[in-house]
Design a protein around this ligand. Structure first.
Ligand SMILES: C[S@@+](CC[C@H](N)C(=O)[O-])C[C@H]1O[C@@H](n2cnc3c(N)ncnc32)[C@H](O)[C@@H]1O
Length: 274
């Protein structure tokens, strides 16, 4: 959800205090602006605490980093909408550590949002290519300049064979609605000895549908891991959805369809070549 312009102006005013678990506006506001601000802060999970010593919107967790991301993006996730849940900073660090990002590595972020992951990947020296469906967020990613290349569009429409070689790492937090399809597709862009690290819906650990069971078996076969994250891992992003962390190391010749697998398949067109 986009911040109304007047609310964004208040929240980015240098006098506004956004610290620890609270937002305090220590100056007079027009009544309608205050009402709009109140709605936004409540949608983001805050509640007004009118006690003399507090007089602020208070959240059940630390919010500075989350607000920094949202204000930079000009939008915020609410409990009413699906889609953009920026990865909280401690989890970003955990994912980048797990992926083992070194300077000069090529990294794919296939659903990059407003760049929570790309910022840290680039800070560690990764050469990052990003994909983002939402045009507003894709434009932000370009402005931020962390990525070598930003593709605005549907990642599932990209063809791994349009890339001469795969990526050393894939680091992602895809939309959960079809997260497994995103992870499977992303593996097609990874070098056979690469590593993929992804946040995913916690149900991937126990779901009994064929796709989830097959994926768990393949991950186990290549020595990967699917670990549950704490229940409140995304609380700061306004959701208590259960999540897990998937880490898949490449395994040359293994069951995963990484970039080399695609390269070994005959191109559709070749089948009809004279
Ligand atoms: C859960 S958010 C995560 C954003 C970012 N990866 C992060 O960690 O903060 C998922 C993002 O994927 C984007 N998205 C959804 N479907 C997509 C698709 N088919 N191709 C590319 N991006 C997509 C959404 O617009 C959203 O910004």
């Amino acid at each position: 959800m986009r911040f109304p312009t007047d609310v964004l102006t208040v929240l980015t005013d240098p006098r506004t205090v956004i610290r620890n678990d609270l937002v305090r506006v220590p100056f007079e506001l027009d009544r309608t602006v205050y009402q709009r601000l109140n709605v936004v802060l409540k949608e983001m999970g805050g509640r007004w605490d009118g006690r003399q010593a507090v007089r602020a919107h208070v959240f059940p967790h630390r919010i500075e980093e989350h607000f920094r991301q949202c204000l930079a993006a000009g939008e915020y996730p609410t409990r009413y909408e699906q889609g953009w849940y920026p990865t909280p900073h401690p989890l970003v660090m955990q994912m980048c550590d797990l992926a083992g990002i070194y300077a000069g590595m090529t990294v794919l972020e296939p659903s990059a949002g407003a760049g929570a992951l790309t910022a840290e990947l680039a800070r560690r020296g990764g050469v990052v290519d990003s994909v983002e469906l939402d045009p507003h967020r894709a434009a932000l990613l370009r402005e931020q300049g962390d990525s070598r290349k930003v593709i605005g569009g549907n990642f599932l429409d990209l063809d791994p064979l349009d890339y001469e070689s795969g990526f050393d790492r894939v680091v992602m937090n895809p939309p959960f609605a079809n997260g497994l399809a995103h992870i499977r597709h992303a593996l097609g862009f990874m070098k056979p000895d690469g590593i993929l690290v992804s946040v995913m819906s916690g149900s991937l650990k126990w779901a009994t549908d064929k796709a989830s069971e097959a994926f768990r078996m393949e991950v186990e076969e290549v020595g990967g891991e699917i670990e549950p994250l704490p229940d409140d891992a995304f609380a700061v992003s306004g959701t208590n959805v259960r999540t897990c962390l998937v880490c898949v190391p490449g395994y040359p010749g293994g069951p995963l369809r990484t970039h080399d697998w695609h390269q070994r398949q005959p191109r559709q067109l070749d089948l009809f070549a004279a």
